[in-house]
Design a protein around this ligand. Structure first.
Ligand SMILES: [Zn+2]
Length: 410
């Protein structure tokens, strides 16, 4: 079957994290993306501490230009508010970066206070941009991390306890109130809990413009992983953490009833050996994140079949909706005359096992190791160029281009 190229609106390639960098850079990360049927990614660019958004844009162009198998855009991280920010936001929008990211957690580093978040939202509204928000109550989670880190630093099951459902729910609820007050649109990244979803559903019903993203791991995996296999559990340390079965099921219902708009990966790969294992003595030192960009399409097609979600609906979650929300439609997100010929040919009824041994992702494990998926990506075309043949990415020439996005939102 032929589907429009998938769009993964949430990746972290070549991202610095303390003394480390995510193990997939743009070359390896986008090679894995196309092998898995994704023809566009939108990555999070970050200015160096204390610099302007222009620094983030320059750095990310250096990382990505000429090194990408698929098309790529950037969301710009905003971690400060001052009188210079307005000009910078205007400049980003002019340069095709029409979406931004703010963190309600990590105060004192990437995070912003509620007051600054409110001001940032106001500015972005003025230029018709879209703000993506990491919703966790940073102060509560810092307290809990400190408490649990003191009593049980080597116990990874303290990771989910340090950022429980309430921490996400509180931030989502505050953000929605701000969006309502400002009559502006917001996009909630990696929604993971039943409680947060309920707030989003309520807000949508009231007409608040809130978009909801979740990720395959919040649908398919549970926090049992933190209690199994000793330190192997570090492979699943991500933020927000994996949740319970009831949260998986709530998000499935959210998909079926239309509250969930997109399924992205939050691909943020760290090797188990040499990166994750630096947190052996203290779960707080384990770098947060998991790979997934290569597996999203095959996993979600398989999941949708098993859970009774239609193929059309799945294509909306993986391609059409992100294209519309992020100013790429109808260039991307649809197979139609005049649209880019980003086409993925997929073979149904081709059961195969996902494994780190056979993946293109440059990371030494796969969180879905041993999972059988029923679909296999075979051939992929980007703007008419064949970039994957019989499952193998073509390395002769890289066709990936920077996506200059507009601000039109559905
Ligand atoms: Zn992320």
């Amino acid at each position: 079957m032929a589907l429009p190229g998938a769009i993964d609106a949430h990746t972290h390639f070549d991202m610095p994290c303390g003394d480390m960098t995510t193990s997939d850079d743009f070359y390896y990360g986008t090679r894995a993306a196309v092998a898995g049927g994704t023809t566009s990614i939108i990555d999070f660019s970050e200015p160096e501490h204390g610099t302007s958004l222009w620094n983030g844009l320059e750095r990310w162009h250096e990382k990505a230009d000429g090194k990408s198998f698929c098309d790529y855009g950037f969301h710009m991280t905003v971690s400060r508010y001052d009188e210079k920010l307005e000009e910078e936001i205007k400049g980003m929008v002019r340069n095709g970066v029409t979406s931004f990211k703010a963190y309600m957690a990590y105060i004192g580093d990437l995070g912003v206070t509620d007051g600054d978040l409110y001001r940032i939202l106001k500015l972005i509204k003025k230029y018709n941009g879209l703000l993506l928000i990491h919703c966790e109550n940073g102060e509560i989670l810092d307290e809990r991390r400190a408490e649990l880190g003191e009593t049980g630093p080597s116990d990874i099951s303290n990771h989910p306890l340090s950022r429980p459902n309430e921490v996400e729910h509180d931030a989502v609820s505050r953000l929605i109130d701000m969006a309502r007050l400002l009559d502006t649109q917001v996009y909630i990244v990696h929604t993971s809990t039943e409680e947060a979803l309920a707030e989003i559903e309520k807000a949508k019903a009231e007409g608040v413009k809130v978009y909801c993203e979740t990720c395959p791991h919040y649908l398919l995996l549970t926090d049992d992983r933190y209690r199994e296999g000793g330190f192997e559990a570090a492979k699943y340390v991500c933020s927000p953490p994996l949740r319970k079965k009831k949260d998986n099921e709530a998000l499935l219902r959210g998909i079926k009833e239309g509250a969930v708009d997109t399924v992205s990966t939050d691909h943020c790969s760290f090797n188990f050996k040499g990166q994750k294992d630096l947190g052996k003595e203290d779960f707080r030192q384990i770098p947060n994140g998991m790979p997934g960009v290569e597996n999203r399409v095959e996993l979600m097609l398989t999941y949708s079949d098993r859970q009774g979600i239609s193929l059309n609906h799945t294509v909306k979650l993986l391609s059409e909706n992100p294209a519309k929300i992020f100013g790429l439609y109808p260039k991307k997100g649809v197979i139609a005359p005049g649209s880019d010929a980003d086409i993925v040919l997929i073979k149904p009824q081709s059961p195969h096992e996902l494994s780190s041994k056979t993946q293109y992702q440059r990371v030494d494990y796969n969180p879905y190791e041993g999972t059988v998926v029923d679909y296999k990506v075979q051939h992929v075309f980007l703007r008419g160029h064949q970039i994957v043949s019989s499952g193998v990415p073509e390395e002769r020439e890289l066709f990936g281009q920077f996506l200059i996005r507009n601000t039109s939102v559905k």
